[in-house]
Design a protein around this ligand. Sequence first.
Ligand SMILES: Nc1ncnc2c1ncn2[C@@H]1O[C@H](COP(=O)(O)OP(=O)(O)OP(=O)(O)O)[C@@H](O)[C@H]1O
Ligand SMILES: [Mg+2]
Length: 269
Amino acid sequence: MLELKSLTKCFGANMAVDNVSFHIDRPMMIGIIGASGAGKSTLLRMMNRLTPATSGAVRFEGQDVLALRGAGMRKWQSECAMIFQQFNLVPRMDVVSNVLHGTLNRRSTVASLFNLYPQSDIHRAIDILDRLGIAGHASKRAEALSGGQQQRVAIARGLMQDPKIILADEPIASLDPMNAQVVMEALRRIHDEDGRTVIANLHTLDTARRYCDRVIGMRAGRVVFDGSPEQLTTGAARDIYGADAGFSESATSTSIDALERPDRAPIPA
Ligand SMILES: Nc1ncnc2c1ncn2[C@@H]1O[C@H](COP(=O)(O)OP(=O)(O)OP(=O)(O)O)[C@@H](O)[C@H]1O
Ligand SMILES: [Mg+2]
């Protein structure tokens, strides 16, 4: 379905992403973890064609994604929706108009300029908001919503594109634990119910283990772990984050502790 082959990105002498290869043969929910600067965002941005790759290949259902130009590239970008940590909504615009922006790729310039949306798109936007539990806020300005609600608006905008893949770059990094849970559950449900692949950069092990089917660990641009949440042992986590680096961050250190908690030990017979 989706295959990355020796994908590489250099910023000058800095190899941000170094020969990354993996393939996804069925829709799944994948968490990408790694310390700051490991290359997680750059990897997602290359997949979505926001950043040009230095070398390597991305193939999706037989097509060479990195060779796409013009309309082909725009079609790809609408097939793989991107969600960002900072939501990237238009703050002063109402929620439903923000969601309708997800259809920009396929509307004429004149229709876009005058904010002319077909009724069917408006109904679909409301249905998607309803599914995410925020239809009641449709007419409010985006900036009036909480962070968790705004991120769900951003997910709704992505869903308007009817994407096959959702790429989420630290979707919960700016949210409190309660909102983080609501947003992760929304992404998981979108995967479970629609069969869309979700690839999310995550900054805590807990989240990756709890919501994902597969975890990819990056360190200094390379994939150093690729396995199930169960295989993500303390040792594997230390390889990903470095033996002594990064554990001062409370979230990650809590997660490392969680891996070692006795309640994860096998239940005695
Ligand atoms: N536009 C850029 N120009 C130059 N260097 C860049 C650029 N973007 C990223 N880098 C470098 O590439 C490397 C990987 O950065 P990237 O943002 O992909 O890491 P990350 O894993 O997403 O980190 P974080 O967890 O902090 O978001 C870093 O060394 C970073 O400084
Ligand atoms: Mg990043």
